[in-house]
Design a binder for this molecule. Structure first.
Ligand SMILES: Cc1cc2nc3c(=O)[nH]c(=O)nc-3n(C[C@H](O)[C@H](O)[C@H](O)COP(=O)(O)OP(=O)(O)OC[C@H]3O[C@@H](n4cnc5c(N)ncnc54)[C@H](O)[C@@H]3O)c2cc1C
Length: 382
């Protein structure tokens, strides 16, 4: 194993790989990625892989808008021959209460002002995009055709391949066990295969980022939360867009291979590293999804699993340095939407780490905002 590096990225998920690629592209010197299992073995490989530009805060709208643009031509941008299965089939967000209607219409004004072409649909117009959906309780919906999905394993592989092509070394099955530091400065990272001397770390450890922070005495307000998801048998293409209901706290889409992928959030899920899937989830998911999409009752489920959301208190990521430790940077707290914003996240992280002007303002992502009470609460999260 390499003995020293200019920058060590901890975590081989989509964010770690995107960050490593962008660092190398900007000429960061020797960049190393350390992943305790295999690439995309964390939340990335367990996610629903949806991408949407319909958000409730300007920040999230911009991050996702730019990322979707990049995803639309990612293989060309990275000069790799990997099909990431990019597919824009839209997201339909139905509203079931007057307060949701009000919030969604406010979101539309924001989104349209940012060149995001989402629009309001009446209940009858919803049937034009999802003909078999139940209109029970639906007061209208927002729809954006630019939303869609792509394959998270392929996106990670694309970034990892491009990073390697630029000289990044990626070590899998290599867990960072400890970090040595002195007088607020990083000295090295410790793994079972040896130590790597470095003065710069990017913590991209997803649900484990708090634990990695603690290795240098940094207490990040990020906590892991289990989210469950399932996949059905593949059938003929029938559902174009992702249907996401904040009322039922669920999302459901049909993949290009024909399987339906769906998941839901439990409001009282405790902080946990448990990623076991539950019987209760299967019951709740089945019951709730057929309320919205009744014909799905005839589908067979073939697999269910769970993964961790790396939650931040305002559901907005933490990107940047933490004052307690020099050159210890964090890219985590994605709260269930880190996959879709990974392209711009990697770019911003590389700019931050290398002290370059950032593509977007990034001061609102600093970890200090929680103490200052300057939260950017995102309302649209399942
Ligand atoms: C069920 C579910 C559905 C989701 N759906 C979506 C969606 O539709 N759209 C979307 O945008 N996002 C979605 N997400 C969220 C998305 O998966 C994450 O935000 C994103 O994958 C975060 O990527 P990451 O690289 O930061 O984290 P991860 O993919 O978790 O990567 C972190 C990596 O760090 C490694 N690691 C941890 N500790 C160490 C250590 N000490 N040493 C070395 N390596 C370490 C882990 O093994 C892991 O591979 C979903 C998540 C879940 C769980």
């Amino acid at each position: 194993m390499i003995k020293s590096a200019d920058i060590v990225v901890i975590g081989g998920g989509v964010v770690g790989c995107s960050t490593a690629y962008n660092l190398a592209k900007l000429g960061a010197g020797k960049v190393v990625v350390l992943e305790k299992k295999y690439l995309a073995s964390g939340s990335t490989g367990r996610c629903g892989a949806g991408m949407r530009v319909q958000w409730g805060t300007e920040t999230n709208c911009l991050l996702s808008r730019e990322s979707v643009k990049m995803l639309s031509h990612l293989p060309e941008m990275l000069d790799v021959n990997i099909d990431i299965e990019f597919h824009q089939s839209g997201y339909l967000l139905p509203a079931y209460t007057e307060s949701m209607v009000e919030q969604f219409k406010k979101n539309l004004v924001l989104q349209n002002s940012l060149d995001i072409h989402a629009k309001w649909l009446t209940p009858e117009e919803c049937l034009d995009v999802v003909p078999f959906m139940s209109l029970k309780g639906v007061l209208g919906a927002t729809f954006c055709a630019e939303d869609g999905h792509c394959n998270p394993f392929k996106v990670t592989e694309a970034y990892a391949t491009a990073a390697r092509n630029l000289g990044v070394e990626i070590y899998t099955n290599t867990e960072v066990l400890n970090i040595e530091s002195k007088n607020g400065k990083i000295l090295s990272v410790h793994t079972a295969s040896g130590d790597i001397a470095t003065n710069t770390i990017v913590n991209a450890a997803g649900g484990y980022s708090k634990q990695v922070g603690r290795m240098v005495g940094v207490e990040l307000p990020i906590f892991p939360e289990r989210h469950e998801i399932l996949v059905t048998e593949p059938v003929e293409p029938t559902l174009g867009p992702m249907v996401m209901s904040f009322y039922h706290n669920l999302y459901c889409q049909q993949s290009p291979h024909g399987s339906f992928i769906m998941g839901l959030g439990h409001p009282n899920e405790p902080e946990t590293f448990n990623i076991k899937s539950s019987w209760q989830f299967l019951c709740d998911m089945a019951e709730r999804v057929v309320e919205i999409l009744p014909p799905l009752a005839r589908l067979n489920v073939i697999r269910q699993w769970a993964g961790l959301y790396d939650m931040s208190p305002d559901r907005t990521p933490i990107l940047g340095n933490t004052p307690a430790m020099e050159r210890f940077f964090t890219a985590a707290g994605f709260s269930g939407h880190g996959f879709m914003i990974s392209p711009i996240t990697g770019q911003l992280m590389a700019e931050i780490v290398l002290g370059k002007p950032t593509t977007f303002p990034t001061q609102m992502f600093d970890a200090g905002r929680f103490e200052r009470g300057e939260l950017f609460k995102e309302p649209l999260v399942v």
